[in-house]
Write a protein that binds this ligand. Structure first.
Ligand SMILES: [Fe+2]
Length: 195
């Protein structure tokens, strides 16, 4: 055992492990309303460099690239691109290229939905409402956005981290399968508008 392994084991004490402990971990995870990471989103200003980095070097396939014509809250014509690179567990690292907002170096003053954020899957629309009620009762301001394939609740955690709780309805499966067929063509079309 390495010195580092000794260190971490030393940090968790000498408690004996019960053979049932693994089953308890599995049962605990099965009960969680928060199912796992959906995506981690960040800014981007060069879509092709970003695609090359994640897809060609890190071998994470680009499965979604959306050209969105309007800002979601105002409906104002404000085109942007939102694109996703998939990992082995189905979660993604995602990017926004949003020229109207990202006009310099981060940090940008933008709505949470377009900011650097982490999105976690929850198991149902009921859980979105359940967490919304609990969070608002504790004074957290929540913003709900129905993106079609995602029903998303945005808020800031106590440290200011932007968090999205999202539920993907059954129709999202068809969206995902169709999205990956057009992702590369869509990103090319978007990139052409940026030149
Ligand atoms: Fe998101």
């Amino acid at each position: 055992m390495s010195h580092q392994e000794d260190n971490v084991l030393g940090a968790v004490g000498e408690t004996a492990i019960d053979p049932k402990d693994k089953e308890l971990v599995i049962a605990r995870r099965a009960k969680s309303r928060v199912r796992g990471l959906n995506h981690h989103a960040y800014y981007c200003s060069d879509v092709e460099k970003t695609r090359h980095f994640y897809e060609d070097i890190l071998e994470m396939p680009m499965t979604i690239a959306l050209r969105i014509p309007d800002e979601v809250f105002t409906g104002k014509a404000s085109p942007y691109c939102h694109f996703f690179f998939e990992m082995g567990d189905g979660s993604s690292i995602a990017f926004f290229d949003y020229p109207d907002f990202y006009d310099g170096e981060p940090p940008f003053t933008v709505p949470t939905v377009y900011h650097h954020h982490i999105a976690v899957n929850v198991d149902s629309d009921a859980s979105i409402e359940y967490f919304r009620a609990r969070l608002e009762a504790e004074g957290y301001a929540c913003t709900y956005v129905d993106h079609g394939a995602f029903h998303s609740l945005y808020l800031k955690d106590p440290g200011g981290m932007n968090l999205e709780l999202c539920y993907s309805p059954p129709s999202a499966e068809e969206f995902m399968l169709r999205a990956e067929k057009v992702a590369h063509a869509e990103l090319k079309k978007w990139a052409a508008t940026r030149n």
